[in-house]
Each structure stands twice: as C-alpha cells, then as structure tokens.
Design a protein around this ligand. Structure first.
Ligand SMILES: [Zn+2]
Length: 414
C-alpha cells in the first residue's frame, strides 16, 4: 500500500511543473487554462490505466468510473479538485484524485468488484483562482450551479461561458452534469489537513466531522477626526481605539470557547489614516468560524452586544452588517464511523476534527451524504509551495480509503 502512496506523491509532483503549471518556477493551474488541459490529459491516462472508463462532463469535470459487480449500480464518488491557487503547493486537491485512482488500481489489480460502482472525480474549479466564484464544478455535479456565474469574467475579460466553449463544451449543457440522487451513493474526499492538528497529535490521518461554518461581520465605527496634539484624551471619539477594543473582545470570547470557535480580524481600514489625526472612521472585518452552528451563533451575538457597548461608552457611531454567512456542512455519521473503523484497523488513532477550510464537499452535500479523511501535512502549511505530505502517510491514506470502501454500505445511509 505504501507503493500507492509513493506513486500518488510522484504524480502530484509531476503535475507541479510545466506543462501542468502556467507559472514559471512554481505551480499555478487555474480552471480551463492550457495547464489545466494538460493536467486533464495526464489524469485521464492514469484513470484509464487503473481500469476506469473516463469521461468529461458538461462542466469540464474529469470522471473515471469503475463498474461495480452489477453494471449501472449507484456510485461511491471519490473526488477532489485539480485547479490550484497562484504559487500553490502540489498536494492541495490533486492528492485526493490520485489517492482515488490508487484505490481503484488496487481493486482492479485484485479483480475485486463491489456492490456499488466507484467514480473518481477531478473537479475543475474549487479555488476560484480564475473566475470570482468557488466550487463551480462540484456545484454543477450537485445540481446547484448558478447559471448567472457564466457571465463572470477573468482578469482578461474572458467570461466563464466563453472559457467553457473554448474547452469544447456548451455552457447550456451544464445542468446535464448534475448527478441524479440515486446515481450517487455518497461523496468522499481525502485531502491534506492544511492545518497543524494531526502533526501536533502525531497522527497520520484524521476523520473530518464537518466543514465548518463561517460568519463575516463588517463592523464600522464612526468617531470624529481631530488634531492629535490639541484634543484632550477625555474629549476624543477615536474610532480605531474602539475597533481595537472590539478586536480584543473577539479574541477573548473565541479563546473562552476552548477551540470550538475561532475569530480573526485580518483586515481593517482606517480613515483619514494620518499619524497626527485622530481616526474618524474604521472598518474591521471579523471572520468567525466553528463546526458548531450554535457555538458560532452564540459568539456572534455576544460579540455584537459587546461591540455595541464599546461604541456606546466611547460615543461612537456603529454599523454592523454580515455580508456572508456559510452554514456548517456536517459529514455523514455512518461515513465518519466507517472511516474511523478503517483507520483503527491500520493501527492509527482515528482522531476526529473539523475542517476550517472550505472544500467541494460543501457543494456535494446538497446531493448526497459526504465524508472526508484528512492526511497530516508538514507544519500544517498549505496554499504555499512548501506544502508537503509524506509518502508513508499517503500509503496509509490509500489503505484507509480501501478499508472504507470495503466497509461501506450504501443502504445504511440516509
Ligand atoms: Zn483543496
């Protein structure tokens, strides 16, 4: 099984350079670019070699099907994305596809057919690194693609509709990419953790409990500009001092949840923004995430009330809006348990953890039950050329995925 891990790594590495990258000296493979087309060709060959019938759907997803014991049976979908961010690591995405191919290759070599089919899906767009939308192609598979997104343009003014046409597909056919509910038994994905938890716990694999939900809060404080030398401290209405207090409150409240909720302010805008002027207007954007909808909602409510108190006490104007809210996507309990059984059978501890990053499973959950298996990555580093997962861990991931497949009983799912 470790051999499969080494080959998966080698293939991800091979896809990390030209012609599979459009970036000199690094990896950048955006949806429907020349690098993407080249990657499609390579992955297509690997899928076919593993014993799959390969097709490209109307939304440009590459799909390899390994028939079950009965032809036409519903499929267990195993997938991830083959697009990347700019200056990416080599494993975020392609790894999940390569490991799916390794599983099928192993089953095929053993002449094993299952009561269900397996379809390995290489999604085209998860990262949204070319058009300003994410999860486009998994949304098409799940039947929730938004046709208005076809008019979105990339940096060169090329619309998504034109890019799909140039790829030899018709945007009008995208609805045909949707799986019927009874064609998909479940969707599972193996992905690098993109965080430090597994490494810290010295575990190679983790069972994902949920792809965690997210609230953005746009908090705007309105104070009064004034001379930094002449206005006495007690007469000031300093919007930035108010925002600073609000940020510390967010940090304190999140820390009190002991890991259940994380809260970040990664961006503030200060006006007028001069060293000798009291800040009059500050916008701070809070990014609040948790695997628990109730814990996140509770923190958001407490934070908003606290921020109102800060603004009142400091005589600041205040507006709070929530431009974006993403619900938590739970992983199916049965799928989690079967993954945990498979990991345990390999002698590892089936650590359960939430995913702080978004994944194609968020779209696929609208179609069928989903589950994810995380693989330890070095230093928790991702979206960075330093990204690395070791072949031994990936060999275990292939074994765990095969163990999952052997234990999977579609009829026991909701
Ligand atoms: Zn990814």
């Amino acid at each position: 099984m470790v051999t499969g891990g080494a080959r998966a790594v080698a293939r991800c590495d091979a896809l990390g350079v030209a012609p599979y990258s459009d970036m000199e000296g690094g990896l950048f493979r955006a949806w429907l670019t020349p690098a993407f087309a080249a990657a499609h060709q390579a992955v297509n060959g690997w899928m076919a070699e593993a014993g799959m019938a390969v097709r490209t759907d109307a939304a440009t997803n590459l799909i390899g099907r390994y028939e079950g014991a009965t032809p036409g049976a519903p499929a267990l979908l195993i997938g991830s994305h083959i697009d990347s961010v700019n200056d990416a690591g080599r494993y975020d995405g392609p790894l999940g596809v390569m490991l799916g191919i390794e599983c099928v290759a192993a089953l095929n070599a053993a002449g094993k057919r299952l009561p269900f089919a397996i379809e390995v899906v290489a999604f085209g767009d998860e990262e949204g690194s070319r058009f300003p939308a994410t999860l486009s192609s998994s949304s098409a598979c799940a039947g929730i693609f938004r046709s208005e997104n076809l008019q979105l343009a990339d940096r060169n003014g090329v619309t998504l509709a034109d890019a799909i046409r140039a790829y030899g597909k018709s945007p009008d056919d995208i609805p045909a990419a949707a799986y019927a509910r009874d064609e998909a038994a479940a969707y599972v994905e193996v992905h690098i953790e993109q965080g430090p938890v597994l490494e810290a716990r010295k575990q190679p694999l983790g069972v994902v409990t949920a792809i965690i939900g997210q609230t953005y809060l746009n908090v705007e404080f309105l104070g009064e500009a004034g001379h930094a030398g002449t206005v006495p401290m007690l007469l000031r209405r300093d919007a930035l001092a108010g925002a600073a207090e609000a940020m510390l409150l967010g940090e304190t409240l999140a820390r009190e949840t002991k890991g259940e909720v994380v809260a970040t302010v990664g961006r503030i805008a200060v006006a007028p923004g001069a060293t000798n002027v009291i800040p009059a207007n500050v916008v701070a954007i809070f990014d609040i995430r948790s695997g628990s909808e109730s814990a996140r909602a509770k923190l958001v409510d407490t934070l908003k009330a606290g921020i109102r108190g800060i603004a009142d006490r400091r005589h600041l104007g205040l507006t709070i809006t929530s431009p974006r809210e993403v619900a938590t996507t739970p992983c199916d309990a049965q799928v989690q348990d079967r993954f945990a059984d498979a990991v345990l059978a390999l002698g590892a501890e089936p650590l359960r953890l939430g995913s702080g990053a978004g994944h194609d499973g968020q779209a696929m959950a609208k179609l069928c039950p989903i589950g994810m298996l995380f693989v330890r990555c070095r230093g928790g580093i991702s979206h960075n050329p330093m990204e690395y997962a070791n072949p031994q861990d990936l060999g275990l991931a292939v074994a765990a995925l095969i163990g999952f497949i052997e234990r999977f009983e579609p009829e026991k799912l909701g």
